[in-house]
Ligand binder design. Structure first.
Ligand code: GLA
Length: 431
């Protein structure tokens, strides 16, 4: 019961108090979509032996080409983002960052022109402290210079890391870079890691963070494994009362990259990552090799119905509403009084298990009637339901069933609330 009270409270808080002021740069009104090199390509600098995969201008140009040719751009993925390991170890004579000349012979401006010519946007990476996490020059003491350099190059997004920085100066550093970017007059989406680096010392000030950044990392780097994805979900759920209210148009919590299409996740786990990232209103920044991706992963990443949940105009982040018998239920309020619901089977043994959704008088969204659509693992119209309905949904181990619930009467004004009940007695299923 305690869990349901938490849900009610969250819904209540988010109905009454709109999120704090977002960074007013007109960007990230919906969660950012694009591609970011880090998880898949890391700091691979061996262009001699591994020209296909090293961090070089070629990688981003090829990714931009594929994004246009293979439907990624059409699906909404827009930003092609460089992460760490792009610069020279030395600044130039004017103190400006410069790209490694061997790996980026044409320079970042040319690369930005190329990416723009494809109708896409270019992201770059820097660090608030003395050096980047991989040991390249940091921006400390150079915020204005670096912001201006990125603007002159035509960069559209800055991922600003937090390594090698005195934690007491994080707020000042992130704020000053935000101001420096604004001063350039160019629209540059600002992706921060401020709270991630502050959490070990104190609870971050999410009002200030939302006023400063367009999205912000809170927790550890994602790895190509289910245990990593699970740890991110658990951190998010256990801090949801703090972080969920801070998300909204212009500023989002960032649980890190989508690793769908790589090596570590089963297809069910990939579906879980995609569904939950949509529920969390997370930036959808893929880190994979779009030149060589299996058709099922591609179809999942381009699934229009899931992307619609991610990009829903109401702009509210979802939250975990129940944890019962190794199932987790996550809900996200959507525009037009709709609701997205993800049921995640956390049991990593056995086969599919049935999760029973039993409506009860508190199921207001279905009063008098609602329409339920299953989106994952397969698209399926579940038909018109009432407050008396019972639905049983099979969910694979470490997989997710993703649903949307649409009220049929237009006058719903109450708080979204479903009642979930896992009934492991087989005869109660209506399958
Ligand atoms: C940190 C960040 C990662 C990535 C690396 C690059 O670990 O959290 O996302 O940018 O640095 O060195």
């Amino acid at each position: 019961m305690k869990m349901f009270r938490v849900v009610c409270l969250l819904a209540f808080v988010s109905v009454l108090s709109p999120a704090a002021e977002a960074l007013d740069n007109g960007l990230a009104l919906k969660p950012t979509m694009g591609w970011l090199h880090w998880e898949r390509f890391m700091c691979n600098m061996d262009c001699q032996r591994d020209p296909e995969n090293c961090i070089s201008e070629r990688l981003y140009m090829q990714m931009a080409d594929v994004m246009v040719k293979e439907g990624w751009k059409k699906a909404g993925y827009e930003y092609v983002c460089i992460d760490d390991c792009w610069p020279s170890h030395q600044r130039d004579a004017q103190g400006r960052l410069q790209a490694d000349p061997k790996r980026f012979p044409s320079g970042i401006k040319k690369l930005a022109d190329y990416v723009h010519s494809k109708g896409l946007k270019l992201g770059i990476y820097a660090d608030v402290g003395k050096s980047t996490c991989a040991g390249y020059p940091g921006s400390l003491g150079y915020y204005e210079t670096d912001a201006q350099t990125f603007a002159d190059w035509g960069v559209d997004l800055l991922k600003f890391d937090g390594c090698y920085m005195d934690w007491t100066l994080l707020g000042e550093g992130y704020t000053n870079m935000s101001k420096a970017l604004n001063k350039t007059g160019r629209s540059i989406l600002y992706s921060c890691e401020w709270p991630l680096y502050e959490w070990p010392f104190r609870k971050p000030n999410y009002t200030a963070i939302r006023e400063t950044c367009n999205h912000w990392r809170n927790f550890n780097d994602v790895y190509d494994s289910w245990s990593s994805v699970k740890s991110i979900l658990e951190w998010t759920a256990s801090h949801q009362d703090i972080i969920v209210p801070s998300a909204g148009p212009g500023g989002w919590n960032d649980p890190d990259m989508l690793v769908i299409g790589n090596f570590g996740l089963s297809h069910d786990q990939q579906e879980s990552q995609m569904a939950l990232w949509a529920i969390m209103a997370a930036p959808l920044l893929m880190s994979n090799d779009l030149r060589n991706i299996c058709p099922r992963s591609k179809e999942l990443l381009q699934n229009r119905r899931i992307i619609d949940i991610s990009q829903d105009p109401l702009g509210k982040q979802g939250y975990r509403s129940a944890k019962v018998d190794s199932f987790e239920v996550w809900e996200r309020p959507l525009s037009k009084n709709r609701l997205a619901v993800a049921v995640l089977n956390m049991q990593e043994i056995g086969g599919p298990r049935g999760f029973v959704i039993r409506a009860f008088p508190g199921w207001k969204i279905c009063d008098p009637k609602c329409n339920v659509t299953q989106i994952l693992p397969q698209y399926k119209e579940m038909g018109v339901q009432t407050q008396q309905s019972t639905l049983a949904i099979p969910v694979n181990p470490s997989g997710t069933a993703l649903l949307t619930v649409t009220p049929i009467s237009g006058d719903f004004t109450g708080i979204h609330k479903l009642h979930w009940e896992n009934v492991s007695v087989k005869h109660k299923y209506i399958l």
